[in-house]
Design a binder for this molecule. Structure first.
Ligand SMILES: Cc1ncc(COP(=O)(O)O)c(C=O)c1O
Length: 354
């Protein structure tokens, strides 16, 4: 039985070109700054998002940690959306390890409002110092929603006017750029630091990068080392990331088309609650009507038929299906057939009782 893996775009396999590049990678000791492939990746990634410098890290979470901790001091406060990945899905690492505290603002649609951000900035005096605002684009826990250039600029202008820095969790920044039809540089121009992942839609096996000014990235390098994240012959994995960066950005549009097709198909299945209009990138968020079928039983029944879905935040009623390299249009048709079969079976006893 073929598995249709929609739990995350982190399940992507390296492309044949990546495997060749990894085998042939020129390497050195990255902690000495002497891995030529890592150096090339950092330079190219920074150029693509329009920043001075970049530091290659093992994961998106480490990229966020390097971004936040290089721009805060113990006791500081960081403003971020209550659904932010940094807050919800990273074990509170930035706050635990940085001795800083989160100041949450609502962000149901992805971007917090200017009013909420402004109100959350502490006045000077006997209060924690507010030092950073974190944004996320695309927004994982908000169904892959995107922040426009104007939204990003507005938050950043406010933050900068009040002396704050802005860190962007751009794990899927190229999904956002493709969905909006803008250059990733434009989405990143207003922010001070951006981290993005090679290991999601770009399909590389490992790694993320934090980009910003040369000065901030130098600090972030120290944070990476402090956290045990400095690497050695990392060119072996950076080679695959370079292929992802050069060859896999444009094809994200295909993942978005598949996600839209899936969302529109789900909207026609009895028992599914979804707003297909809101699906603009590769993440499809939906629910199963509780009077139709239990969510856990639904995901289990789908998995038994080869369709893997995930639950938001581990136990929320919202489900997530993520399209990516390796998922074809025919897989979407098969996924819809499985969902339909599972839900129509579930309905039978209720219908019989009527
Ligand atoms: C928005 C966002 N930020 C950060 C991360 C963390 O990336 P990693 O799993 O590589 O640590 C993820 C992972 O899913 C994510 O979705």
């Amino acid at each position: 039985m073929r598995t249709i893996e929609l739990r995350s775009d982190t399940f992507t396999m390296p492309t044949p070109a990546m495997r060749r590049a990894m085998a042939d990678a020129e390497v050195g000791d990255d902690q000495y700054g002497e891995d030529p492939t890592v150096n090339r990746l950092e330079k190219r990634a920074a150029e693509i998002v329009g920043k001075e410098a970049g530091v290659y890290v093992a994961s998106g979470m480490l990229g966020n940690l390097c971004g936040v901790l290089s721009q805060t001091e113990r006791g500081d406060e960081v403003i971020l959306g209550d659904l932010a990945h940094i807050y919800q899905n990273e074990m509170g690492a930035s706050f635990v390890l940085g001795s800083i505290q989160p100041r949450l603002v609502p962000n149901r649609d992805g971007c917090p409002t200017l009013e909420d951000v402004e109100a959350a900035i502490r006045p000077q005096g006997m209060f924690p110092r507010t030092s950073v605002v974190c944004l996320e684009n695309s927004h994982n826990n908000c169904g892959g929603s995107v922040l426009t250039v104007a939204q990003t600029r507005a938050v950043a202008e406010l933050a900068h006017r009040r002396g704050l820095r802005v860190h962007l969790d751009g794990a899927r920044i190229f999904n956002a750029a493709v969905a909006l039809g803008v250059d990733a540089k434009e989405l990143c121009a207003p922010v001070d630091t951006v981290q993005f992942c090679f290991s999601k839609g770009l399909s590389a096996p490992v790694g993320s990068i934090l980009c910003g000014t040369a000065e901030t990235v130098a600090k972030a390098r120290r944070v990476r080392k402090l956290l045990g994240g400095a690497m050695r012959q990392a060119g072996v994995i950076a080679a695959a990331a370079l292929v992802g960066l050069e060859e896999m950005r444009d094809r994200l549009a295909e993942d978005h088309r598949n996600a839209k097709t899936l969302a529109q198909g789900l909207a026609g299945v009895g028992g599914v609650r979804i707003d297909a209009e809101r699906v603009v990138t590769n993440i499809v968020s939906f629910e199963i009507a509780p009077d139709w079928m239990d969510t856990g039983a639904f995901t289990k029944a789908c998995a038994e038929r080869g369709l893997r879905l995930s639950r938001y935040l581990g136990n929320s009623p919202r489900l997530r299906a993520v399209t990516h390299y390796g998922i074809e249009r025919s897989d979407i048709d098969d996924a819809l057939a499985i969902v339909d079969a599972v839900l129509s079976r579930a309905r039978t006893p209720v219908a019989a009782a009527d």
